[in-house]
Design a protein. Sequence first.
Length: 258
Amino acid sequence: MRNDISEFMNNRKWTDHQFAVDERIICTVFIQITDQIGADEFKGNIQVQLNRPIFNSSYQSPVLNIKDQDFDVRYVEFQPLEYNESSNTNALTNILAYYAYIILGFDYDTYSPLGGTPFFLKARNIVNQSQNAHETGWRAFEGSYNRFWLIDNLYNKAYSPFRDLLYRYHRQGLDVMSEKPDIGRAEIADALKNIQRVYRSRPDTYINRIFFDAKSDEIVNIFSTGSSDERSRVMSVLSECDPSNATKYEKITQTTVF
C-alpha cells in the first residue's frame, strides 16, 4: 500500500503548471492503519503536513498539519490505484486526491491572493461527489472537523479573511523578514487580525484550528523580538482566538527586548 500510494501521489500530474525538481511542494502524508475490517477494508487515520520555503533563508514554514481520523478505505494489493475526476468512486484515491488539491490550494494561496482557488474547487467537487459514499468524513453531520467542513470554510465568504491571511503572513511577512525583519513582523502582526475576524464570526471553524495547529510555535518564535506594543497587540489576538495555547504564548510577553 505504501508504495502504491507514494507512486499515486508523486507520479500523477495534479496541475498543468510546470515545476522544476527543486520547486516541488514540500509535504508529507502519514497513514496509520489501526484496524483491518476485512480482506481488503482498512480503517485508520491520515496526517497531512505542508511546509513552505521562505525566501532568502533555509527555513521551512509549516502551513498545514491536519490529522484526519476518517480514513476508511478498500485496498487490493497489485490492483492499480485509479482516480477519475468525473466518477471518483474509489475511497482511497478520493481521499488522496482531495488532500493533494488541499495541499496545492494552501501552497498557492501563500504566494498570490486567492491563488489556490482552482485547486480548492477540485477538492470541493470531490466532496460533492462523495455525499452518497459509504465512508465517513464527507458530510456535514458527521462532525465539525472533517473534509466537508474544511472545504466549506475555505469557500465561505464570511471566512475569506483567512485566505488573505495566508498570503499576507507568508508572502508579505515571512518572505521579507530576512532583509526587513521589522517590516515583515509588523505585516504578520497586522495580518493576524484576519483570524480574529474569522473567530468572531464563528469561533469553532475548522480553519481556525488548522491555522494554530500549524503556526502556534512559529508565532512564538516570530514575536520573541519586537516592541512591547507589537507583542501586546499580538497577544490580544492570540488569547482570544487560541486560548488552548495560552501557556505557550506567555513566552511572548516574558521575552525581554533591549
